[in-house]
Design a protein around this ligand. Structure first.
Ligand code: SAH
Ligand code: SF4
Length: 363
């Protein structure tokens, strides 16, 4: 009897090959077996080894003894009036994290979490008010995409018209503080023989972990989004406290040398619109000036309120005026439409329900 090696989902190619050899697969068959498993698990979403009907029965049985194909458990699924869906998922140790699917005409974006909670405490972000708990594992990051594909009936991964066309690391947590797991997971998400989401449609969003930005470009190769939110250090120090460590000039320097940035692969700069805080037209002009020599897109995000949030969203008229300045500088359609607000699924509203529940039990 082969001893249980553990979860297969999230394992790197090399680790899986080693595990297959340990499970008794002959050396000359390891590469082929690895790719057959990969195809069933990530290509077709197989949940049981017994479903892998073109593989010999004794091999399937040996694999079932060696591995499990468990995804994170689905605690709840909510559907917004605008079609956005949010799943609350639970890892094996009971900690919970969220994933959001945002359908749009001709495409669908899955917003994936990288940590339970966040260490960074950005002042306007609900996740930032939740204590940091732990990093997610590669299995839990990849598992978010698999759970969403299961629920959306979005298999096989290479079928035309798939509903998940884009993956953004914009859920809970700071992806560049969980670099190795995010890198390992996105390698599976973007592999054409695995979850097959085109690398050009995978985005890592960071609040500005400057020393990791170059490595992200070289080793992950995804599109980059920067949560800028202010054009002056004194204000950014308050909104995104990480700015005290890595100020705007250092952040923009890292962007200028981001491997792979070009006019066809622009860096997205996210800018949350906070009423009376960062939304003046002088700031819009400064924003455009600041980004002048960087291949950039600008994404204005109307602030999404959450219970007890200390800011208000800018008035729509002000967002439009701000957007006009940005537009006039050559940036197309810069305002992000809020989605799933009714189920607290919009940017920055995620916070695991178990934490909210514990808080309400206390009061
Ligand atoms: N930690 C990463 C990725 C997760 S946050 C980062 O900060 O980039 C994804 C985006 O949502 C970030 O740009 C973040 O600043 C923004 N955001 C956070 N709270 C928000 C809120 N309440 N309303 C609108 N956007 C928010
Ligand atoms: Fe963390 Fe990003 Fe929220 Fe800041 S905005 S607290 S980095 S999840």
């Amino acid at each position: 009897m082969v001893p249980l090696i553990g979860p297969l989902i999230g394992m790197s190619v090399d680790a899986l090959k080693t595990a297959l050899a340990e499970a008794g697969v002959p050396a000359k068959a390891v590469a082929m077996r690895r790719s057959q498993l990969w195809n069933w698990v990530y290509g077709h979403g197989a949940r049981e080894f017994s479903a892998m009907t073109n593989l010999a029965k004794d091999f399937r049985a040996a694999m079932a003894d060696a591995f499990d194909l468990a995804r994170p458990a689905v605690v709840t699924e909510q559907v917004s009036t605008d079609g956005t869906r949010k799943w609350l998922l639970r890892g094996a140790d009971g900690h919970e994290f969220e994933t959001v699917y945002i359908p749009e005409p001709g495409r669908g974006t899955l917003c994936v979490s990288s940590q339970v909670g966040c260490t960074l405490n950005c002042h306007f972000c609900h996740t930032g008010t939740q204590a940091w708990v732990r990093n997610l594992t590669p299995a839990e990051i990849v598992g978010q995409v698999m759970v969403a594909r299961d629920a959306l009936g979005d298999w096989p991964s290479t079928a035309p018209g798939r509903r998940i066309t884009n993956v953004v690391m914009m859920g809970m947590g700071e992806p560049l503080y969980n670099f190795d797991a995010v890198k390992q997971a996105l390698a599976i998400v973007a592999d054409g023989d695995a979850l097959a989401v085109s690398k050009r449609r995978v985005t890592v969003s960071t609040s500005g972990v400057v020393p990791m930005i170059k490595r992200a470009g070289e080793e992950i190769g995804a599109a980059l989004a920067i949560s800028l939110h202010a054009v002056r250090d004194d204000l950014r120090d308050v909104l995104v406290p990480l700015n005290k460590k890595y100020p705007i000039a250092a952040l923009l320097d890292a962007c200028r040398s981001y491997p792979g940035a070009s006019n066809s692969r622009r860096i997205t700069f996210e800018y949350v619109m906070l009423k009376g805080v960062n939304d003046s037209l002088a700031e819009a002009r400064d924003l455009v000036r600041l980004l002048a020599k960087i291949p950039a897109k600008i994404n204005l995000i109307p602030f999404n309120p959450w219970p007890g949030s200390p800011y208000e969203c800018s008035d729509w008229a002000q967002i439009e005026k701000f957007a006009e300045v940005v537009n006039a500088a050559g940036y197309a359609s810069p305002v992000r439409t809020p989605r799933g607000r009714d189920i607290l699924a919009a940017c920055g509203q995620l916070k695991s329900a178990s934490v909210k529940l514990r808080a309400s039990e206390r009061s």
